[in-house]
Every structure is written in C-alpha cells, then in structure tokens.
Ligand binder design. Sequence first.
Ligand code: AMP
Ligand code: MG
Length: 358
Amino acid sequence: MKTKILTTSENDIREAAKIIEEGGLVAFPTETVYGLGANALDAEAVAKIYEAKGRPSDNPMIVHIARASDIGQLTPMLSEDIVTLIDNFWPGPLTMVLKKKPGVPDRTTGGLDTVAVRMPDSEAALQLINLAGCPIAAPSANISGSPSPTRARDVIADMDGKIDAVIAGDDCRVGIESTVVDMTGDIPTILRPGIITAENIEAAIDKEVKYDESLFVRPEAGDLDPAAAAGASADGTEGNAKGDGESGEFRPKAPGMKYKHYAPKAQMTVIEGRRDKVKSEIERLKGLNERLGLKVGVILFEEKAFIEAAHDFFSRLRDLDEEGVDLILAGALSDRDGVGFAVMNRMLKSAGYNIARV
Ligand code: AMP
Ligand code: MG
C-alpha cells in the first residue's frame, strides 16, 4: 500500500477525513503523541489498526471525539464528576474509561463493557474528527512495542506502506500519552499516568483519586510479554511488588499496560539513586563500555524538568536508535512528582525493567 503524506491544510484534512469515512487508516498529530485513526464505530476499520500496529487484540483503543456533546454516542450516563472533568480538562490529555453503549464495537474496546474516551487538544485532530463525522479510535501510531511517535517522521518510519495516509503536522507538545482514569468505580482510578496527575484531578472533583496498584509493581526484567503481536497472555504476569503494590501480582486494569512497551532497539538500563551517584555511575558505565568499542547513548534530564522530560523522552529513544547505539543509560527521575511518575512509567517499561540502583 502506498502511504500518502498529507499536510495540515484544510484540503488535506478533508482528504484524510474521507479516507476515515471509507474505512481506511490515517495517522494524525495530537498534543500527546501521533495517533493511528479509524472510524471507532466500524469494527472492520478498527481491525485494520490492530493489524497495522501488530497490536494484541485484547488491548482496547481510546476513542477520540471533537465535541463534548458527542460523548452520548459512546456512553449511556454521565456523573457529575465526569462532567466536571470534561469541563476542566477537555480538550486535553485526559482519557476517561466509561460504561459503553452497545453500539460501540467489541473490536474497539477489546471486548470490555467500558470505553475509553478523550477529546484531543490539537487543531488538526479536531478538524479531522469533525470532518470525518464519526468518533475516531486511535492508539499511538507506532509498531506495537516500539517507542511512541512524537514527530511525523517517527510515524513514517514505523507505518510507511501499512496505512493509507499520515497527516504530517507539528511535533507533539506533550510527548507522552494521555492520563487514563477509570470513572466506572467508586473511586476514580488512574490506570495510566500522564501529565494530568492525580492531584490535578482531585483538585477538580474534590475527592480522592487512586493510582491503580499495578503501576507500583515492577515485574522482573524480561517478565513482560514481549511478543505483543503473538496474542496476549490474558492473565498478566507475576512480578515482585515494590512501593504500594501489595499483592506482588502484575495485573493492570488497563489491558495495554501488561505488554512490553516503548522499547528501543538498543539494550537499555535505568540508573536509580541519589542524583550525584546516578551521574557518576552513568559516566563509569559509559567509559567502561566505550573503552571496548560499544556505542553508548545517555538520557539524563535536568533533575526537576519533568515536562521537558515528557516532551523529549520518546524522541530521544528514537534518535539514539537511529544513531545505532548499543546501550542506552538513562538516569531515573523522581517519581514523587506526578509528571515525573508518568515519565518513569515509560522509562522503566522502555528498559524492560532493567534497573540498577546506586
Ligand atoms: P494507546 O492506545 O496505545 O494510547 O493505549 C491506550 C491505553 O488505554 C492502553 O493501556 C489500554 O489498555 C487502555 N484502555 C483503553 N480502553 C480501556 C478500557 N475500556 N478500560 C481500561 N483500559 C483501557
Ligand atoms: Mg501505544
């Protein structure tokens, strides 16, 4: 298949919308990462997303809408908290898991009776959804398991020849995926951390918000399901609990969280500990490896530059792979900060939970 490279001009977005209407696949920029979109209400179109990405079929999609009032197509009832979150955070990087209406295909929700919904904060995305006239299911526009694409060229590198078109817009402002919060239980629960933190949500709805316990579990390195394409081990994997994960079992509520994720081609290790020690350990390991001819890449963000780290992390991984490094050494950020926690969630997964403490 020839993949058409489109711009964000109105004409081009019109063309992209037509492709979606006709059941095709279009990658497009959002403020978080690039998405790979299809008509969310068309099971056949959605099936093509799984195929293009090599995504396990039990990993549900986020459904994107352009107007809050379109939410009625997807869910039968809104609570006051849901409406408050819409008012406070949409358009923006907050996805809510809601009870689903029967019209939403199982293919879109991975067979769950809930649906994840968000309104992206990107002009091109909103125009595309409006013109297509349907909600758009869109996971990140990368091959399943590889770092999420935050630049048009990252999408093209992964998806050229596999999808109908790419809207090649600006680099993504946020750089990591949306916060996913489950609104179907008594306590709103964050299933995937993002730049909208539990504290932000608590402040808006004036009640407690939890993080899903699986977010604190560190599976043994190598324990995650690497063969994303080969179908899921639906029951998750055992892991060694740390932090607040009390059971020691890695059973995330968001099905996608159990897979090996965001992995660069290079071997990667996260160095964790006091900042000065982390720095010197990275230098030591770098020297050691370079002396014998290995090519080493370093990812070390400023200590408190969490937003910048979110913005740069995935593109740094992709750049280092392009440079052909053998080994990536990454300095851990503080996960006491909500945004730092979100970046560390990606960093640890990228490294397949290879962690060295100093
Ligand atoms: P991505 O599409 O790659 O941004 O990933 C979407 C994330 O949201 C994955 O971790 C999914 O497992 C999760 N997700 C989507 N829909 C649901 C749902 N109905 N319930 C729980 N998690 C969901
Ligand atoms: Mg993804």
